[in-house]
Design a protein around this ligand. Sequence first.
Ligand code: SAH
Ligand code: SF4
Length: 355
Amino acid sequence: MGLGLTREAWRELVATWGHSKFRGDQVFEAVFRKGIGHASEISTLAHELRAKIDAEMPITPVPPAQVQVSTDGTRKYQFSDGAVGAYEAVYIPEVAAGRGTNTLCVSSQTGCAVGCKFCFTASIKRHRDLTAGEIIGQVLAVRADLLPQGPGAQITNIVFMGMGEPLLNFDNVVQACKVMLEPMGLSFSTRRITVSTSGIVPRIDDLGRAVNTQLAISLNATTDEIRTKIMPINKKWPIAELLGALRRYPLAPRRRFTIEYVLLKDINDSVEDAQRLAKLLDGIPVKINLLPLNAHNKTPFETPSRATVARFQEELRKRGYGAWLRTPRGQDIAAACGQLGEAVLPTVLQTLPAA
Ligand code: SAH
Ligand code: SF4
């Protein structure tokens, strides 16, 4: 799939096919500047080269099988490869709310092996990694869908907070980031791409070396006992190791990590938890996103009351932290954090081969 290639990779590729490297620039610009989805439509290229691209390195994004629009303007895109793989991307427009950011939340895998007890995606057992081309394809397909809405409907930020654990699909995620960063392509800056992880410690170190995007950590608890209960990955990389990875991460000046904290009623939402959280994060440049659980039928947990959430937030703010309450978006179409996969699950199950 050709969508996961950087400009330089296209230049090299067409050269191996006996064409001038400049033709590689033309392909790259056709895809990313002009939004062309078939090599046959790149009129500046020789027919033979167009045919070669279509046959060996196609540039057509997977079209969404379904687009759902929430009452709040959030759009959920479902993609399917017709086999085990179904995945989703969610476009969250915030321009109307005066924030000027329209975020696209992309998937990196078609399920997740990490098994967090509050996350719907964890219940999808059969899954695979998405290729860099499939990740970039989500961006291009959504961009094309938004085109009729005019210049206001533009993706300004990308977050890897869809289905899957991005750092367990490291190479493809890094490659997709590199393509997103290409100056004459999608042209995102590293400030506008956020990779979110449940805490794959060695890969956090690798990410710091490979590509300097923003980093979000799903912390979700303040003791190893509770974190292991709700995020089994904590057995392998407990809180101290995870925070150690943050402390040595080559964070650019004036940047902050995002700490995500899913609030679960009576599990991790007490005032003592907030105090412990403040202490744990002492000295690490962070902003904290509080996410009251988005309920679904695969989790035993409940959402805390507004008062509990407000108390938790206040406790952090008192201690000088920027702590933000993330209003769930697109809940009516199961597009909010932790709900992804719900609507595609029946399709996935139907297409699974009998065991
Ligand atoms: N696998 C990565 C990225 C995808 S999950 C990670 O875990 O970081 C994106 C965010 O949604 C994570 O911070 C996760 O903690 C949160 N989340 C998962 N299930 C949720 C739910 N049911 N309600 C609210 N947030 C949830
Ligand atoms: Fe996977 Fe993230 Fe869901 Fe945990 S929260 S199961 S890591 S997608």
